[in-house]
Ligand binder design. Structure first.
Ligand SMILES: *[C@@H]1O[C@H](CO)[C@@H](O)[C@H](O)[C@H]1NC(C)=O
Ligand SMILES: *[C@@H]1O[C@H](CO)[C@@H](O)[C@H](O)[C@H]1NC(C)=O
Ligand SMILES: *[C@@H]1O[C@H](CO)[C@@H](O)[C@H](O)[C@H]1NC(C)=O
Ligand SMILES: *[C@@H]1O[C@H](CO)[C@@H](O)[C@H](O)[C@H]1NC(C)=O
Ligand SMILES: *[C@@H]1O[C@H](CO)[C@@H](O)[C@H](O)[C@H]1NC(C)=O
Ligand SMILES: *[C@@H]1O[C@H](CO)[C@@H](O)[C@H](O)[C@H]1NC(C)=O
Ligand SMILES: *[C@@H]1O[C@H](CO)[C@@H](O)[C@H](O)[C@H]1NC(C)=O
Length: 695
């Protein structure tokens, strides 16, 4: 009689949970997790959700965080007076646990603008605080940090670096702990820095605040925008921040104006690299959990007994109910009716077709609510197991990032599988790179912005989510572009359940799926497996493609040689003229230093040895400018197999498995040859570069 099995299973679960809680508590993880949040600019619509704004006129405007009133209209002068504001990153970080403290680097660009006839005041501060609430009456010299009641209170638990402009003679930075009165002041007058210059000489300053949680060394570096990080810090202080800060603290900025002293207080860029501790797990929680878990377990035991008996009775009537309950779990995407999607796509009409890939066709659809969707209809429906499929769907649905296309829902009926995505009206990067349209070539700024977005999406997939997620199919046709030229990575995952393991990269290579050649890392032809490193390789191919405007699968003739795109760029690098690789349709309208940097990055990602490719974190730092371009040897290294480093083939992704050719909105255009490309001149938009990391 195996009726005891569910009982035993429940018991084992309870014991395991308790053991896990106890051991987890005892050895309070001393392991930090590194996070990077990078805003190379701020976009109101896109980035508002990542900040908490408090203050009368705090907002994102003109691609910057505006802590106080941001207009220079004379009519708005009264709005400027006696103002203060805070803009904090929306999530707190657990930076210490009472014993150990994480390190962080906060790098930002500030501009304290004033009209020539304004008297500057009062200042801006980089702030670490227990909450994002702006204290009342914190205008004037309180800098949005404190007020006359709370100043210097030990309960404030904040640390700030102030950039004080209220008195031109003082022009200084300071380290503030719980008070606007600085613990340490460094005058900027000896460093040729004037924080608030009149409008015709306005300068933005880059600031590097670095803190080492082990050595307790706090350093602040500062220089004019565009200058490299100075070698010597302006301010140095050994201080154990954990004595002052709450374990969970918010990071951000505050600023104030006074009367009549006013200025615009803006932050134009911000990158925060921070070591955080995992969420707190303590005895109190254990007690509560155990208090809940044990009675729950008992109830579950009884229920499972009842259910078991019930099921035995009903088994004949209800055969396949196994995965039905998954549908109702929270966090599952919406399930659509086949009929509904059929109607939305006009019975899958040819005219609604957006693109076609190896696995199926993508149609445009319109739901009743006038909501536009992209429906992917799989042509082969040999799903291995519906349970696997549902489990992966739940994971993919939980991935949320502004540079990923959102999965809206799914449908599995009568052996037909359909996935529903947000519709992206502007089409794919491929279309923008090669599309024949009256619109001219993508500008350099657009290209850089697109690459930044793709890099941050890739970083998210590999580092920010609980499980590493491997995309497996990074390529221009899978990158969609929105109206503001923000990249969105098209769909990922799922392929494992849709095709079986045999359909690997190796098979792909042989059949030469158009548009995929050139994106696949060399080791994949041997392992047939996608890894985070092979995604980086794919990213490298996208970088070269975007910068050079050439498909990575194309052969490029140059002085009687035919080169692959990688080899061609590598050859130009060797000859010291890598910038010659830049898409000639840009007609020199590009930033040479940026172009060189990303081309080198593209080459570094194309390293034949998986272990030598940069990590997504470095990629992000290189693109956002916090790390210099990587070193690239003059000759492309040789690919060896098996690699000397066994780590190359380790896969720890739940979703790692198989490539899927063209899961995105791939279109027939992928085979468009270079000679057909239009060479329209590029307009000179001057959009700043974009791209963000989020948690
Ligand atoms: C500043 O905030 C006040 C109060 O909310 C509002 O009336 C005013 O229009 C704002 N001014 C600007 C320039 O945004
Ligand atoms: C600003 O605040 C100061 C002192 O709190 C006060 O004297 C002044 O009248 C205020 N000005 C305005 C325009 O609110
Ligand atoms: C901060 O930057 C310094 C210097 O570039 C680096 O050594 C350190 O590892 C960085 N710390 C963090 C937490 O990123
Ligand atoms: C926010 O923190 C300050 C101390 O910095 C404290 O006085 C205030 O009560 C806190 N506000 C909230 C809403 O928790
Ligand atoms: C100070 O800055 C000004 C303008 O930014 C520059 O022209 C000048 O050369 C600098 N002086 C020194 C000593 O660096
Ligand atoms: C800025 O304007 C002031 C007067 O408004 C003038 O004296 C000064 O020379 C100007 N500076 C520059 C760099 O143009
Ligand atoms: C902090 O300082 C310690 C000791 O000086 C050093 O070993 C460590 O690498 C530093 N950490 C970071 C993140 O720079």
């Amino acid at each position: 009689m195996n009726m005891i099995t569910p009982l035993q299973r429940q018991l084992v679960h309870v014991i395991l949970i308790i053991l896990f809680l106890i051991t987890g508590t005892e050895q309070e993880q001393a392991s930090f997790q590194r996070k990077i949040i990078s805003f190379p600019e701020f976009d109101k619509e896109r980035d508002e959700v990542y900040f908490e704004f408090s203050g009368k006129n705090t907002t994102i405007e003109s691609r910057a965080l505006q802590l106080t009133t941001d207009t220079t209209n004379d009519g708005s002068l009264p709005d400027h007076y006696n103002n203060s504001g805070r803009i904090m990153y929306y999530q707190p970080f657990r930076i210490h646990n009472g014993r150990i403290m994480g390190s962080f680097n906060s790098t930002f660009l500030i501009n304290l603008f004033r009209e020539s006839d304004w008297e500057a005041g009062h200042g801006l501060a980089f702030l670490i605080s227990p909450n994002f609430t702006l204290p009342e009456s914190s205008y004037g010299h309180w800098l949005g940090l404190t007020n006359s009641f709370s100043d210097a209170s030990r309960d404030n638990h904040f640390v700030a670096i102030e950039f004080d402009t209220q008195n031109p003679g003082q022009n200084h930075i300071g380290l503030n702990i719980n008070s606007v009165k600085s613990d340490k002041i460094v005058s900027l007058n000896d460093h040729n820095i004037t924080l608030s210059l009149p409008s015709n000489q306005s300068v933005s300053y880059k600031v590097w605040v670095q803190y080492n949680g082990t050595s307790h060394l706090l350093q602040v570096f500062m220089d004019k925008q565009g200058e490299p990080k100075p070698t010597t810090p302006l301010l140095t202080q050994t201080i154990n921040l954990k004595d002052f800060l709450k374990q969970e603290s918010y990071f951000g900025f505050s600023a104030s104006t006074g009367y009549p002293k006013i200025q615009l207080n803006c932050v134009l860029e911000w990158t925060l690299e921070i070591e955080v501790l995992p969420k707190k797990r303590d005895w109190k929680w254990l007690t509560i959990t155990a208090g809940v878990a044990i009675p729950t377990a008992i109830v579950l035991l009884v229920l499972s007994l009842v259910f078991y008996v019930y099921k035995r009775r009903r088994r004949v009537e209800e055969p396949d109910h196994e995965y039905g309950n998954l549908r109702y779990l929270p966090g599952m995407p919406r399930e659509f009716k086949y009929k509904e999607l059929k109607k939305a796509t006009n019975n899958f009409d040819q005219s609604m077709k957006l693109g076609e890939g190896g696995f199926g066709i993508v149609y445009k659809g319109t739901l009743q609510e006038n909501c536009e969707i992209a429906v992917k209809k799989f042509s082969r429906d040999n799903i291995k197991s519906k349970g696997d499929f549902m489990a992966e769907l739940a994971i993919i649905h939980r991935l949320r990032h502004k540079h990923l296309v959102r999965l809206v829902g799914w449908c599995y009926e009568e052996g037909k599988l359909l996935l529903v995505y947000d519709f992206m009206p502007n089409g794919s990067l491929e279309k923008h790179l090669y599309g024949v349209s009256e619109h001219s070539t993508l500008t350099w700024n657009h290209r850089y912005r697109i690459l930044t977005g793709v890099a941050s999406a890739l970083y998210y997939l590999q580092n920010e989510y609980d499980q590493k997620v491997v995309h497996r199919d990074l390529k221009a046709s899978n990158i969609l572009v929105d109206a503001d030229f923000n990249a969105r990575l098209g769909d990922f995952g799922l392929a494992r359940t849709i095709e079986n393991e045999r359909n690997s990269y190796a098979e792909l290579g042989a059949s030469g799926v158009p548009g995929t050649i050139g994106y696949v890392a060399p080791e994949c032809f041997h392992t047939g497996k996608a890894t985070p490193e092979s995604d980086v390789y794919g990213f490298g191919a996208v970088v070269l493609e975007v910068v050079c405007g050439r498909n990575p699968g194309m052969r490029i003739p140059d002085e009687q040689h035919f080169y692959t795109l990688v080899d061609w760029v590598w050859m130009l690098h060797r000859e010291g003229r890598i910038e010659d690789a830049v898409d000639e349709r840009l007609e020199n309208n590009f930033v040479v230093e940026e172009a060189k940097k990303v081309l080198l990055l593209g080459l570094a990602c194309s390293h034949p040895l998986a272990t030598e490719r940069p990590k997504t974190e470095e990629i992000l730092q290189i693109i956002s400018g916090t790390l210099p371009a990587p070193y690239v040897p003059p000759f492309r290294p040789v690919f060896t197999w098996p690699s000397t480093d066994p780590a190359t083939i380790v896969i720890d992704s739940l979703l790692a498995g198989i490539t899927s050719p063209s899961q995105g909105y791939s279109s027939e255009k992928s085979s468009l040859s270079i000679s057909q490309m239009p060479s329209a001149p590029s307009p000179s938009f001057n959009l700043p570069v974009s791209g963000i990391m989020r948690p």
